[in-house]
Structure formats: C-alpha cells, structure tokens
Design a protein. Sequence first.
Length: 467
Amino acid sequence: MRIAVPSTIEPPEELGAVHFVGLGGAGLSAIARLMLARGVPVSGSDAQPSAVLDALARDGAVTHVGHHADHLGGVSTVIASTAVRDDNPEIVEALRRGLRLWPRSAGLRSVMDGHTTVAVAGTHGKTTTTAMLTCALVGAGVDPSFAIGAEVASLGANARRGTGEVLVAEADESDGAFLVYHPAAAVVTNVDADHLDTWGTEEAYAAAFTEFIGTVAEFVVLSADDPGARALAAPAAERGLEVLLAGFADDAEVRGTDVVVDGTRSTFTAWRGRERLGPVELAVPGDHYVQDALMALAAGLRLGADPHGLVAGLATYTGAHRRMQPLGEVAGVRVYDSYAHHPTEIRADLAAARQVAGDDRLVVAFQPHLVSRTRIFGAAMGAELSAADLVVVADLYLAREDPDPQVGAELVADAVVGVPVLLGGAVADLPALLLDHLRPGDLLLTLGAGDITTAGPVVLDLLRARA
C-alpha cells in the first residue's frame, strides 16, 4: 500500500499511542523499538506469530497476531508496512477514524529527531554496512542509536537507542523512503538498477540516488569501486558536501589491500591515505564484505571515532540475520541462508559460498522474489546461479504483487547453464526434495527475500531424523 508522506513529521513524543501494521517486519520493528525506548505507547499486529513479536511484547509493546479494527482502541497514530494491502481492516479503520496514518519512512524520520543521522543507502550491502558501522562505533566507545533492516547477533537486536548523538540508519530506496530522512551524512554502497516496479527505468532509479544526495547536509561516503556510487561524487561536491571514497581503488581515501578470504573469515589491511590503520579481521567471508567494512570505517573515521577502536569493533561483527547466515551442520551437510534476490547479490553470495565450500559441492535453493523483478532479471538470476553445482528453483514469492502466468520459476531455471537444475515448487515441499539430493560434504545455500528462509531449518531436522 502507498501512503503519502506527511508534510510535517512530528517527533515520537507528540504522536500519542502508535500502532504498527506489519510489526513483525524488520523495518517497523526497529522503529517500534526506538519509540518504546522514548516512552511512546506502542502496539502492533502481524499476520503470523514470531520471535520478533515476542521480544517486542517483553519490551512493553501490545502485540496481536492477525489484523482487526478493534486493535486500534486508544491509538492516535498508525504506521504501516508497504506490504500491507488497502483493504487491511486496521488501515480501513484508521482512515474511517481520521487517525494519523504514516508510511514506514515517516516513522523512521520521526525517531531521527534529536540525532545526527548517518543514512546508509545502496542497492546491495546496506544492511551489512549499517551493522558494521554500528559495531565499529560501539568498538570505538561511541554508543550510537541504530535502526537496521535485520537482526544483528553481535548487537543483540535490529535497533536500540544509545546514549550518543549519532543514529545509524539503513535507508531503503525501494519505495523512495530514503528521500524522506534528510540526514547529516550518507553512505552509498552501490547503485545497481532494482525496484523498477517503483522507479520505471534504470535512469529514474539512478536519479533517485542523486536526489537522495541532495538531501544530505554534511558529508557522503561513496564506494570507490562502483561506477553508480562514484557518479554521485560530482553532484555531492556541487552541493558543497565533503566526499570520501572508500574501497579498493587507488584513489580511495580509505583503502583496502592484501585481502585474504579463508573459509568463513576475511582479512585485509586498511589505509587512510598513507596511514596504515592496521590489519582488519572480519568473521564473514567475501570481498564484498571487505568493501562494506571499508565504507563503514570511512564513515566512522569522518565522525571522529578512534581508528583502533573502529577496527576492533569491525572484528565483532559476526553477520546479520539472513546475510550468509550459517544455520548448522548435520550429517556432513552445512546449511547457510541468505537474503540475496538480485543478480548482483546472487553472484556475490555464491562467490562467498564457494570460498566456504572449498572443494565440496555447492547446492543452491533459490526463491525468486516479486513478479516484477523476476520478469526483468529472471534470466540474469539463472545465469548467476550457474556458479553452483546443483540449483533448485522454488515458486515465486509474490509479496505485495499478484501472480502473472507468464512469469514463473521456469524463467529463472531455463537460464541456468551447465549444471543440473530442478523446479522445486512450493517452499513447503523443498526440504523433502533437497534431502533426496544432498550428500555428506555438501554446502546448501538457501537464497531469496521470501519465506525460503524456513527451508534450511527443516532440512537440518530431516537430516537429523535420517542420521
């Protein structure tokens, strides 16, 4: 559902009781946690029970499973997920009563009140970079507030109100939310066309990032290795913003060298100009994670944090939920889960998974996300999946969209070249199918932004039962 951004966004303390429609999602739950920490009465609902709802209830929120108009008793403000449909009974009731009805972006902008906000944007890697920057600042003795689009084990949550003035926030471009925030600083990891159901064309998508840079007040950190991000340097400089490049390129102000990816870890040497900041160890594998760490390091340095503390903080990052997350190993089969749903993300995660798998087989179970994205990128998804040794493609996860008989899993599977590929059907049927094909030594990677995340734990249970 598209809800207009209000012309005035009040701070949390002026909103009265706030109800979240879709509270179990990463975005809304983060905002709810920050509002609870500011003493705001919070309630919310979601279609399914979850650990997130349970945790918010322990923190003082009133939570509901299922949506009903009665849940809005005493509520003054309703904040809704973009995945919520127009006919949701709580949305209908909010409109009937003339309550303040906000999109997620307005809710996040509200909790930025009183903070120096660093907004982390980009097509890929923004969750990881936001989490890394937060971990780095904590390691440097800064106590930032943060709002991240996934649970982060080393931070204990996806959001927390700190005692410092800095707030680190993941800034989502999918629905234009990042244009609402007007942060003090920004990090842009890359610009790689996506969400064309919203933006229409690649040119419009890129232009949205230029517009985003136009909302920043002080400085921007840009990837030195991504052409789309580097293209933002000129408009940023024209606005008088300080521009910092970070990455592997020779002209990067914060640069990484001597990268070694060894199993589940990555190490590299970090430099600020000619100043060696020392070796950095990451508990996650892959060059793309090193790039994310370099951008986080650059932002932390510009904020004035201690370099050695930042490096120590980066070492505490052990991954975010659904970002190359190890789920377990049973009967010699290792199972990982990741959120990758765009061809570029698939390529990066398969490269990292190949490092972890070593000489063993890499089996990938992929669930395409959204009809619109699969229509545009389905063939490219299949091409990138060809880096695995066995590919299983599940039915599409529709999310907010309606099915299209012309766009299905076959669009992806038909583009896989040179390796065996299977159509997996419904996610509920995947674990049994995978069990028939897995053997000791395999690394199974479940990929996608939908409910395929449920398949890995079931596979592990079935392997235990078979052992």
